[in-house]
Design a protein around this ligand. Sequence first.
Ligand code: GLY
Ligand code: MN
Ligand code: MN
Length: 438
Amino acid sequence: MKLSQAVFAERRQRLMQKMTANSLAIIPAAQMQSRNSDVEYPFRQDSDFYYLTGFNEPDAVLLLLPERDAGNTVMFCRNRDPLMEIWNGYRAGPEGVEAEYGMAEGHPVEQIDELLPQLLDGVERIYYAIGQDEQLDQQIRHWLNLIRGQARQGAVAPSELVMLDHLLHEMRLFKQPEEQDLMRRAGEISAQGHIRAMQYCRPGVYEYQLEAEILHYFMQQGCRQPAYSSIVGGGANACVLHYIENSEPLMEGDLVLIDAGCELDYYAGDITRTFPVSGRFSPEQKALYELVLQAQLHCIEMIRPGVLWNAVHEASVQVLTEGLVALGLLQGEVAELIEQGAYRDFYMHRAGHWLGMDVHDVGDYKVDDEWRPLEPGMVMTVEPGLYVAADNQAVEPRWRGIGIRIEDDVLITPEGCEVLTAAVPKHVADIEALMAAQ
Ligand code: GLY
Ligand code: MN
Ligand code: MN
């Protein structure tokens, strides 16, 4: 599944319509990152750059010039190079970005220092996400100084540098129908990966083996990488929120928490499930699990256009605090406990985040200092959790070391919401039935 070039071209035009007259946007590609010695990490394009180009090479810079008569899209990229291509793979080259990626002009990246000052001359405003690419930050400063130095010859340097993020990230926050299809598929693949791990799980299996089951499935479906490092935590490891060592054996009687999602053509899935290693919940595990599930279902139930972003989190806090009091893990008045933040000993993260090309996706959560209302086309996660630290002396020993999170991905629709990751079971009876069937 890949988005067509028409989708990327339309995004570029839409962004340019939002830019002011006589402006220019500079959007750099990601760089290769060294891993060790001469080995590099697998290349992952920058999400903003990919969103506007579909172009999957490093060492490139996209320019958008809304009013340029000679063409409003310019890309600097690596030249074609038969020898380098034999070693390192195909390059589109400047001709390729014109022919295959819809650019009005492609140029070798080596020419950027020569051509950019010419293109900047007379531009009033530059849109650029300063602070993310140190080398390009310096180059831009250099180009601006060059133009300023030619003022007496009539050159006019831009007077404003504006972060591009706001315009672009507001676009990325609302998923187009093509993106929704991709995210539906990413949700489905992620869900099936989790089912595979549940089926494989039994005492004595190592955490990394469950990770391997999931990654195997993702890759079989064409997802070369997960959207983020998979978390597989047995027992009290589930209380370490970003536990990615995944190195220990799973023990009879423990729960295991898996937080894993695939990346499909640059779109993320993000699912967490927590289930018993040996297939059946203990009474304490079940009590806490049912509480987290109740909070999660309640949040999903309330999600529809117009609901404020933070209302979902607040609802999860309400349900979890009430439940913690009912189970005896917290003592006191629910309203006061919420006021004091007492639940934070057990629930120290938020109920969700935007989801898209980045797992913690871009987009403002507040507008004019107010929590923003949900709108159709947004995608968010819903992921309440409870984590009872193994050394929490304030609760009875039987609760200690239990960590639970349940996470699904949700598309806001005009009527309510669609759960993109519904295929993986989360009700106690369904999980126990799936695991018993092995
Ligand atoms: N996997 C990261 C998160 O759930 O936010
Ligand atoms: Mn998440
Ligand atoms: Mn997650």
